[in-house]
Design a protein around this ligand. Structure first.
Ligand code: NDP
Length: 279
């Protein structure tokens, strides 16, 4: 499996993003350089980090040591909640670039809307200026619900390139995804494997589908994300599972299998509620 086999998706600003990448939430900062070096060696070219993960330095060190041309990599980071506002994002963004050792990122996101603070519109306008400076090629949001997106679209000039939200078979968030897609906003799935918080094998039909294709249950789930048109970046610290999670282009789920997975929707959120988180 090589990087060349991962398809790209074109965002509403014309930039392209590899549809499958590698996430580093909860990767120990002391271990991050090794983990990301492994991920790059295995073939990942899209990395998803955030200021709050505390591991941007490790991501940057792995990139610097890899010898991979910068234009072959796609790097996302995110603005933390306490840095929202009209001015604070500029220093927070510079600090992220410093820690990453980069002069630009490919995608910069508002991590959570934190509606109670009422700062996400000002924050978005700051991100628009960062994008205009060329130091973030694309900008987007994360954990935005429809009312937050509605407010943002009504008051500002730039449609977010992506909304990165919790998505896995038991919590597919179809209504939010469809609403966003109609407005040109691509959905990125976080927690694509349910963060290991429930047993994917208990979802109806999943074990049979995996056996039929001779693949693992996580591979079926990642394939589901890809065929649903989602952008996905599972996290693992194991080199073996990095290979497993990237090796999802040699089989295809049938329409019936996708239907079976559709029935797994339990409205089962495993992460925080974006309407209240960070307030
Ligand atoms: P995931 O759904 O990717 O699950 C990660 C868990 O699954 C880990 O415990 C990992 O364990 C395990 N795992 C990974 N691959 C396999 C496999 N093949 N077989 C068995 N177990 C496996 O959750 P994340 O929360 O990490 O989500 C992915 C990324 O999304 C994050 O890393 C981050 O970049 C982003 N994210 C964004 C959020 C936001 O608010 N915007 C919130 C949360 C995540 P092990 O490491 O031991 O393999």
């Amino acid at each position: 499996m090589t990087a060349a086999t991962v398809p790209t998706v074109t965002l509403n600003d014309g930039n392209r993003i590899p549809q499958l990448g590698f996430g580093v939430f909860k990767v120990d900062p002391a271990e991050t350089q090794r983990v990301v070096e492994d991920a790059l060696e295995v073939g990942y070219r899209h990395l998803d980090t955030a200021a709050v993960y505390g591991n941007e330095e490790g991501v940057g060190a792995a990139i610097a040591g890899s010898g991979i041309p910068r234009e072959e990599l796609f790097v996302t980071t995110k603005l933390w909640n306490t840095d929202q506002g009209a001015q604070a994002p500029f220093a927070a963004f510079d600090a992220s670039l410093d820690r990453l050792g980069l002069d630009r990122v490919d995608l910069y996101l508002i991590h959570w809307p934190v509606p109670a603070r009422g700062l996400y519109l000002d924050t978005w306008r700051a991100l628009e200026r960062i994008a205009a400076s060329g130091r973030a090629r694309s900008i987007g949001v994360s954990n935005f619900q429809i009312p937050h997106l509605e407010a943002l679209l009504a008051a500002t000039a730039t449609v977010p390139a992506v909304n990165q939200i919790e998505v896995h078979p038991a919590f597919p968030q179809r209504a939010l995804r469809e609403w966003a897609a109609e407005r040109g906003i691509r959905t990125e799935s976080w927690g694509p494997l349910g963060q290991g918080k429930y047993d994917l094998g208990e979802l109806p039909g999943l074990t049979d589908i995996a056996a039929r294709h001779g693949v693992t249950i996580p591979q079926v789930v990642l394939r589901w994300h890809l065929q649903e048109g989602l952008i996905v970046f599972p996290k693992t610290t194991s080199r073996e599972r990095m290979r497993e999670n990237l090796d999802v282009f040699g089989f295809e789920l049938s329409t019936e299998e996708l239907e079976t997975l559709r029935a797994a929707d339990e409205g089962r959120r495993v992460g925080p509620d974006p309407d209240t988180f960070g307030a």
